[in-house]
Write a protein that binds this ligand. Structure first.
Ligand code: HEM
Ligand code: NAG
Ligand code: NAG
Ligand code: NAG
Ligand code: NAG
Length: 348
């Protein structure tokens, strides 16, 4: 990060970085191809040819030992990109004088830091100070979702075993703030208008919102995240009216207490380690886990996409890849900005 950046108020910095990004996007692409906001596919092809393979190996090994690690890897990249930008602020440890994103309330059970740290250690041995932590997050998320997608695993989707091509070339930031995580991360009780605004503030569209929400095909939630929906929604309604009543009753039986943080609730019962379009069927049946999932039914565009993805898994998988690339460009640092962190949990 350039020395002046931290002096700018957050809003001005956002505007300025948008301008810088626009300028970078207009510049000719030097290596690899594709590329928006200064990123390219295959950024490390010359500087660290094994970079993507090393990250892949670590993620695949972790996923092999425990398939539930794939979801946290995907979620980590999302949390990173929505606070500041995809610059690995989510990985920074708190210090005596700073409470980092990791320790913000919406971290709820963020996991898989170990997978990222292990990949970084290996990369530092192979190619010291070359591969950013932000790129490790983006690659690991791409791999996690690829390995969880049947068509990809079976070689029916792409030759290289990937759901989509991930852009790289991000650099790491030097700031991580719990307060910003609370401000910028979407809340599971957000309604559709709030979700649209939050995504728009990151340059992401209604389509990005509808398709990226499909990430909830993977993983689990915990009772504290949905307790209010089940028993104490508003002063007038105990249960969130957007939640199917019999599903609510079943969830209430699993979640006896709002403080129960050990019960794992699969987002998509029976298929929470398989990445597919099953999430959209649940949403259409008003069995999405969060109020924010059901909110997709409250706007013509997002509701249309819910139905489209229900009908065509291929359309979902294709659009998901495109939207992950869009999300991966949010607020990135490139070129001489930021730094390449030596250890992902602390700034250099
Ligand atoms: C649209 C707004 C979103 C909201 C409000 C939201 C909220 C949440 C919440 C509350 C949890 C459960 C935390 C817990 O109880 O442990 C969760 C889990 C998860 N989210 Fe989201 N999320 C959103 C979008 C996304 C996006 C865009 C992605 C990725 C592209 C994503 C990926 C995940 C994954 C994979 C999990 C499961 C994690 C695990 O199993 O450990 N979410 N989300
Ligand atoms: C999440 O934040 C809490 C404090 O609010 C902290 O105790 C916990 O360790 C954090 N979780 C992770 C995975 O860092
Ligand atoms: C229900 O929600 C209200 C307002 O958020 C809160 O003050 C109250 O303690 C909650 N009750 C229970 C039983 O959780
Ligand atoms: C889970 O809840 C218990 C009891 O309320 C608490 O002691 C513990 O710190 C919580 N764990 C996490 C990860 O929040
Ligand atoms: C960051 O914090 C975690 C959890 O407290 C700890 O295990 C890890 O060693 C720390 N990393 C560094 C580089 O200090």
């Amino acid at each position: 990060m350039a020395a002046w950046e931290h002096l700018l108020p957050r809003r001005r910095w956002f505007l300025l970085s948008s301008l810088l990004l626009a300028a970078a996007a207009a510049a000719p692409v030097v290596h690899g191809y594709g590329g928006g906001g200064g990123l390219t596919v295959g950024f490390y092809k010359e500087s660290c040819p094994q970079a993507e393979a090393i990250v892949r190996e670590g993620g695949a090994a972790a996923g092999h030992d425990d398939p539930t690690t794939t979801a946290p890897l995907l979620r980590l990249h999302f949390h990173d990109c929505f606070v500041r930008g995809c610059e690995a602020s989510v990985l920074i440890n708190s210090t005596k004088t700073n409470t980092a994103e990791k320790d913000a309330k919406p971290n709820h059970t963020l996991d898989a830091f170990g997978v990222i740290d292990a990949a970084k250690e290996k990369l530092e041995r192979k190619c010291p100070a070359v591969v950013s932590c932000a790129d490790i997050l983006a690659i690991a998320a791409r791999d996690a979702v690829s390995l969880a997608t049947k068509a990809v695993r079976q070689g029916r989707w792409s030759k290289d075993g990937n759901l989509y091509e991930v852009e790289t070339g991000r650099r790491d930031g030097r700031v991580s703030s719990a307060k910003e995580a609370v401000t910028y991360l979407p809340d599971s009780f957000d309604g559709i208008r709030r979700l649209i605004t939050r995504f728009a503030s990151k340059g992401l569209s209604l389509k990005d919102l509808a398709v990226l929400s499909g990430a909830h095909a993977l993983g689990n939630t915990h009772c504290p995240s949905i307790a209010k929906r089940l028993r104490n929604f508003t002063a007038h309604q105990n249960t969130d009216p957007t939640l199917d009543a019999s599903y609510a009753a079943a969830l209430r039986r699993r979640c006896r207490s709002a403080r129960d943080n050990t019960t794992q609730l699969e987002m998509v019962p029976g298929s929470s380690t398989t990445f597919d379009a099953a999430y959209y069927r649940l949403v259409a049946e008003r069995r999405g886990m969060f109020h924010s999932d059901e909110a997709l039914l409250r706007n013509d565009v997002t509701r249309g996409l819910v139905h489209q993805y229900m009908a065509s898994e291929e359309a979902f998988l294709r659009d998901f890849g495109a939207s992950m690339v869009n999300m991966g460009r949010v607020g990135v640092l490139t070129g001489g900005q930021g730094e390449i962190r030596r250890r992902c949990a602390i700034v250099n």
